[in-house]
Write a protein that binds this ligand. Structure first.
Ligand SMILES: *Cc1c(COP(=O)(O)O)cnc(C)c1O
Length: 373
């Protein structure tokens, strides 16, 4: 049996006609840049995330970059974030000339440890960027409390977390900005790059709308320097079709995750493949990834690959150890929980279309590995 890590073809076959029609509508309308489809998706996402505004941009990376630009983050500033994330989180901070100040993760849920943030706040700190990794919410109450106390902004990297909830609130509506990605492998992915920023603040929303069109208003008059970072109309049309199905897909991902948790517990494997706790922070985990943790991760990974199962490491090298950030002076041992996670975590298939047989095969293959080793 072969099980890919993610099967987007299975999803496409269910929505093929609707997507085809949506793309055709954009082409027929000749509204390729901005226009009604982008506006429609912005309204829909604002509603879904329960935020006042949503501003479409070219990617999840640009969602973070433009949010930091809206805060005027520059070379004098520091921005606090987690070293255990996708590169974009830290990369956007560095691209603006600011210093990414890392704070280690809680090993329990892989998100920034809120108890370690305060000691890193200085006069230069401009923002905190928590990441809702794998689709599970970071501990937002503590982060908001610190942000208020020290008057710094909060930019939520919610690229993996559309529909994730924290104490009944949707992520992306909690901090000053919420940054989402429509990269194809996210839970709500387009057929190319795309992203969106959510905010409840009218002035930030206004600034983001100007920043994404080279800082111009009106056209050809520039008060600030911005980017060309618009959400493509064809992508907006596709994502809009997919949004209607998102809750049903999320339910299936959560069912798969629960099923795995039960299976690993029943088989006595729970302490061999330490599973992410389900629903900590009394929130809703949307399982962009279902992640195991094993001391002998590399061998287990090879065994799964040899048996036709798609797996991936998110992420093999924490940000503080990336070559491009050498000048910031971080070194090995600085963030031990992130380093251990990088050595031990492994994502297995959890996508909505996964069949009972496939799930069973994956668990059986893991069980066989531990029986034989
Ligand atoms: C995917 C992702 C991004 C970047 O999104 P793109 O749309 O690929 O630019 C940023 N942060 C995290 C945590 C991500 O997973």
């Amino acid at each position: 049996m072969k099980v890919p890590l993610l099967d987007l073809k299975a999803q496409y076959s269910e929505i093929k006609n609707e997507v085809g029609q949506a793309i055709t509508e954009v082409i027929e309308s000749q509204h390729f840049i901005m226009g009604p489809k982008v506006k429609q998706l912005e309204d829909e996402i604002a509603g879904y995330v329960q935020a006042k505004h949503a501003i479409g941009v070219a990617s999840g990376t640009d969602a973070i970059l433009l949010s930091l630009m809206a805060l005027d983050v520059g070379s004098e500033d520091e921005v606090i974030t987690t070293p255990y994330t996708f590169f974009a989180t830290a990369g956007c901070i560095a691209r603006l000339g600011a210093k990414p100040v890392f704070v280690d993760i809680e090993p329990r849920n892989y998100n920034i440890d809120p108890t370690l943030i305060e000691e890193k706040i200085t006069k230069r700190t401009k923002a905190i960027v928590p990441v809702h990794l794998y689709g599970q919410a970071a501990e937002m109450d503590s982060i908001l409390e610190l942000a208020k106390k020290y008057d710094v902004a909060v930019v939520e990297d919610a690229a993996q977390a559309i529909g994730t909830e924290y104490k009944g609130k949707r992520v992306g509506s909690i901090g000053d900005f919420g940054c989402f990605s429509f990269f194809p492998s996210k839970n709500l992915g387009g057929y190319g790059d795309g992203g969106i920023v959510t905010t409840n603040d009218d002035a930030y929303a206004d600034k983001l709308r100007v920043l994404r069109v080279h800082g111009s208003r009106p056209k050809y008059y520039h008060e600030i320097v911005g980017c060309n970072s618009r959400l493509d109309a064809i992508q907006a049309a596709i994502v809009s079709v997919k949004l209607k199905y998102l809750d049903a897909w999320t339910t299936k991902r959560r069912e798969n995750a629960c099923w795995y948790n039960d299976a690993f517990n029943k088989l006595g494997l729970a302490d061999r493949v330490l599973i992410t706790p389900h629903e900590s922070n009394d929130g809703r985990h949307i399982y962009n990834q279902y992640v195991l943790r094993a001391k002998d991760r590399d061998k287990l990974m090879q065994h799964l690959k040899d048996n036709g199962i798609g797996v991936e490491i998110y992420y093999p090298r924490p940000m503080h150890l990336q070559g491009c950030f050498k000048s910031f002076g971080y070194g090995e041992g600085d963030f031990i929980n992130s380093e251990d996670a990088a050595n031990e975590t492994l994502a297995i298939p959890v996508y909505p279309e996964l069949t009972d047989k496939q799930r069973q095969y994956i668990v059986d293959t893991i069980l066989k590995y531990y029986k034989d080793s």
